[in-house]
Design a protein around this ligand. Structure first.
Ligand code: ATP
Length: 305
């Protein structure tokens, strides 16, 4: 686990034949789909670790500098390149997720009011989707629903505590927390995927009732067994799975708990800023192409009417 893992499996296929957004080569590979497994890194045996985010939420937490933002880049990259989902980014610092902005459908910076408005919009969309499913006696969105304009929405938060515990008034912070909780609790079947990161693994930021709604929990180095348990779930540290045991110099190593399993120690893949920049430009180009194609199909349908 000493070498930083390059994001090579996916990068090779994404970037080798898609050279620049303005000059794609003809044999560009099909972009990934949000329904596909997402590459996160390697386990202790060097095996790739991939998870499927559809119908799930993910929580990443750990002390400052432990590797959360690097880890968060991986599902964000996958979602950005997947033209079959929308991407909403919330980043109080603006610079962690900011490089992905050209590929995002929505980007919220440090303004809490803007964050609350964006979450209300997502909540309204979620309710419309449930009305749509209910009218068809269906339980959840599937890939085929893209034909009806219903694709997954990925909402990524880098430092959720910035909005829920730092800025604004108490009432605003509460409003933000209630909206996030609602999306996490009810969004999955409607195709809404929440991925949240925090450097404050404490019970006020991640209460148990919220933590338990995250199907994937990724604990990077934590300062205490108690904070590791706040991320992974009570009792894991006592059973030998504590992110406090990760040495501070082991950046990017964390314990990943996937639903029903036990925590697995993994090293996250690493994307440099240059790679993120190139992938974001590619993602923006792919998404623009998708929009043009969708508009053409909609136009052709309108012509026929
Ligand atoms: N998988 C990795 N491989 C190699 N280096 C890594 C990896 N993950 C993190 N690092 C190194 O650790 C540094 C800190 O990582 P990162 O910014 O993701 O931390 P963070 O937990 O998000 O910190 P903060 O909470 O302060 O935002 C990175 O700039 C990088 O140098």
């Amino acid at each position: 686990m000493s070498e930083p893992v390059r994001f090579r499996d996916l990068l090779r296929s994404w970037t080798s034949s898609v050279r620049t957004p303005s000059a794609p080569c003809v044999e560009a590979p099909a972009p990934p789909s949000i329904w596909d497994p997402i590459h996160l890194g390697i386990d202790e045996h060097g095996h790739p670790v991939r998870v499927t985010l559809a119908y799930r939420n993910a929580l990443l937490a750990g002390e400052p500098g432990a590797g959360k933002s690097v880890g968060l880049n991986l599902p964000t990259a996958h979602a950005a390149l997947s033209t079959d989902c929308s991407l909403w980014l919330f980043d109080g610092k603006r610079v962690e997720l900011g490089l992905w902005r050209p590929a995002a459908d929505g980007f919220v910076g440090p303004d809490l009011t803007e964050a609350i408005d964006a979450l209300r919009e997502l909540q309204a969309d979620m309710d419309t989707r449930y009305d749509w499913l209910d009218a068809r006696r269906r339980r959840k969105i599937t890939p085929d629903d893209a034909a009806h304009g219903l694709s997954p929405i990925v909402a990524v938060f880098d430092e959720v505590a910035y909005y829920s515990a730092t800025v604004g008034t108490k009432a605003e912070r509460e409003a933000f927390s209630v909206l996030v909780r609602d999306l996490v609790a009810r969004g999955r079947a409607a195709g809404i995927i929440v991925i949240a990161a925090t450097q404050r693994p404490s019970s006020d930021i991640i209460p148990t009732s919220l933590r338990d709604l995250f199907g994937y929990r990724w604990a990077f180095r934590c300062t205490t067994d108690a904070s590791s348990d706040i991320v992974l779930g009570h009792g894991w540290a006592a059973r030998g799975h504590s992110a406090a045991a990760i040495p501070p110099e082991d950046k990017g190593i964390g314990l990943l708990l996937a639903e029903g399993g036990q925590p697995t120690r993994i090293k996250s893949a690493f994307l440099s800023d240059q790679q993120v920049d190139a992938l974001a430009a590619t993602a923006a180009w792919l998404r623009e192409g998708r929009r043009i194609a969708d508009d053409a199909v909609a136009g052709a349908r309108g012509d026929r009417r």
